[in-house]
Design a protein around this ligand. Structure first.
Ligand code: DQA
Length: 144
């Protein structure tokens, strides 16, 4: 089973970015945790981070036929990107949306996700565990 992990804009700054909101774990550490869990689950993982919406769309398009599922933290694009929603619908690759913070307990504009209603599920508010829970859920779903 092949899972593509996508990290959106500013997640490359994890560890130093607003640590009171996002914690002090770096993106490399998150990816290491995911890699360990993927091995345990028998999942083949590819990871990708970008700050650019178009590159994210391109990466998802190129996942067609190459990924069975997508684990995505769309970061700021969660709340703004019609293009991201459209490409996820176009590719029909099942995806799980994750957020480190609880987007429903923050500013009003973060409570809206343009992706959540077409995601298999959403995990939000558990720091790096959101990714791990999301990967477990996606793996179970793809096995079924
Ligand atoms: C985030 C939440 C978003 O609102 C924010 O723009 C991010 C990170 C999270 O993981 O909590 O960049 O997706």
């Amino acid at each position: 089973m092949r899972v593509l992990v996508i990290h959106g804009p500013n997640l490359n700054l994890l560890g130093t970015r607003e640590p009171t909101v996002y914690g002090d774990v770096t993106l490399d550490q998150v990816n290491d945790m995911l890699a360990t869990l993927a091995t345990e689950l028998g999942v083949e993982l590819s990871t990708f981070q970008t700050n650019q919406e178009g590159l994210m769309v391109d990466r998802i398009q190129s996942a067609m036929g190459n990924a069975d599922g997508i684990l995505i933290n769309p970061a700021g694009f969660t709340h703004t990107s019609v293009a991201l929603r459209d490409v996820l619908l176009a590719t029909e690759i099942p995806f799980v949306e994750v957020h480190l913070s609880n987007i429903h307990a923050r500013e009003e504009f973060r409570r809206t996700s343009l992706l959540a209603d077409v995601a298999e599920g959403v995990v939000s508010g558990f720091g790096p565990d959101s990714y791990l829970l999301g990967l477990r859920a996606l793996s179970t779903l793809l096995e079924a």
